[in-house]
Design a binder for this molecule. Structure first.
Ligand code: SF4
Length: 409
């Protein structure tokens, strides 16, 4: 993998058809804790009028895990950033221009991952402009992206993604050569036509299934992916239990709660062993029976909704943020299947929305909020080693990955 490339010569790979320009909606300034570097703090404090309370707060020792960041910005009582005006404008930007904003605000929503095939840029789906794919193509922002990558390196100097540790399946190593050639195949699967310029891929769920099948071909024995210890719950109930607990993780009752960033692996395992007769999907505060969710058929999503789902999944795959050091060290198979579960969860959430609103459809803005919530949670997750071990037992099943799509049809 590349090690600290010189930013002047660096080539940044960009995902196809993905756009972003700040729309000034202010949505990214709501509720997020903004981490600050000492330089950010100094710049902000220098301009703070005498006698006014400090707008910055020192991070607790336990949160000082990112080294570069020592403080965070204070929030108003409604959770909005202290510098966000009622008109959704950043006061720091208004007073000092874009360079006056904290580094993380300047980086957002760009992300970068250093992979064995190069530096891959992507964007966060917590941004409204990203959700609606508005603005300039990332492929037309290469100089700007280099500046952002420079900033990214400054903020995360110790972030070294060691792809040598990636596994095909928990306990089955994946050499860098195999990984590179698999990802070459994946690029062919995802964007098969080299002449098809700047169109985002379509039907990513089917493409994830193909990726899973290709990875499974490398397994010495396919039964290795089905190695669940004996439990009382039947396979289809297990599918529902896994989705129920993933839904609790990604769509908690209080999205902005600062406590729960881990999977309730204890509850999940208990349900597997005690095999409940009825599993409820309660990602919307209103619990629904899976039977009712299965009965409500979504069919093909409207093109704009499908495009949003496809772009969300594609950006994760493009930037390798779904397995190995890119995502909590999940094995490749578990990582692909986890993405498939996320797609199913989004479709189930759409069904819940339709049942809640007694409606036959969902507006793109409402689906965008579902995706935004999931993206926020993905950024904040802190999975324990027990949770990761549990996911490694539950997610690699090729049979389950094939089956779960039916729950969200
Ligand atoms: S400092 Fe400005 S850009 Fe950053 S979160 Fe606050 S209002 Fe938004």
């Amino acid at each position: 993998m590349p090690s600290s490339p010189d930013v002047a010569t660096v080539v940044i790979k960009t995902p196809r058809g993905i756009r972003f320009d700040c729309s000034g909606c202010g949505n990214c300034c709501l509720q997020w804790p903004v981490p600050l570097t000492p330089r950010d703090v100094e710049a902000i404090e220098t301009h703070q009028p005498a006698g006014q309370p400090s707008p910055t707060r020192r991070l607790a020792a336990g949160r000082l895990n990112m080294q570069t960041f020592t403080h965070s910005l204070e929030k108003k009582s409604d959770g909005r950033c202290i510098f966000l005006t009622d008109e959704n404008r950043c006061q720091l930007h208004a007073r000092h221009g874009a360079p006056g904003k904290p580094s993380m605000c300047r980086l957002f929503p760009y992300t970068f991952s250093e992979t064995p095939v190069g530096i891959c840029a992507s964007v966060s789906f917590a941004s409204s402009a990203v959700l609606f794919n508005s603005g300039k193509l990332l492929s037309e922002q290469t100089d700007f992206l280099k500046e952002k990558y420079d900033l990214f390196q400054e903020l995360f100097p110790t972030l070294q993604l060691d792809w040598k540790t990636a596994q095909l399946l928990d306990g089955t190593a994946l050499s860098l050569e195999s990984l590179q050639s698999l990802h070459y195949e994946y690029s062919e699967t995802i964007t098969p036509n080299a002449d098809e310029t700047e169109l985002p891929p379509t039907d990513m769920y089917a493409k994830l299934r193909q990726m899973s099948a290709r990875a499974a071909n490398l397994l010495p024995s396919r039964s290795a992916a089905e190695r669940m210890p004996p439990v009382e719950a039947r396979p289809k109930i297990i599918d529902q239990i896994v989705l129920k607990y993933l839904a609790k993780l990604y769509f908690p009752t209080d999205v902005f709660s600062n406590d729960v960033f881990d999977l309730d692996i204890g509850g999940l395992m208990k349900d597997l062993v005690s095999a409940p007769d009825l599993v409820l999907f309660d990602a919307n505060q209103i619990p629904y029976r899976f039977k009712d969710l299965i009965q409500l058929k979504l069919g093909k999503l409207e093109p704009a909704l499908q495009d949003l789902l496809d772009r969300f999944l594609y950006c994760r795959v493009f930037s390798w943020l779904y397995f190995g050091p890119g995502f909590h060290h999940l094995s490749l198979l578990a990582g692909i299947h986890h993405l498939m579960h996320l797609a199913v969860l989004i479709r189930l959430k759409i069904k819940c929305f339709m049942l809640d609103h007694n409606s036959q459809s969902i507006e793109i803005a409402d689906m965008a909020e579902i995706v935004r919530t999931m993206e926020r949670r993905l950024t904040q997750l802190q999975l324990s080693s027990n949770s990761i071990a549990g996911l490694e037992v539950l997610l690699p099943s090729l049979e389950r990955a094939d089956r779960i799509g039916f729950l969200a049809e």
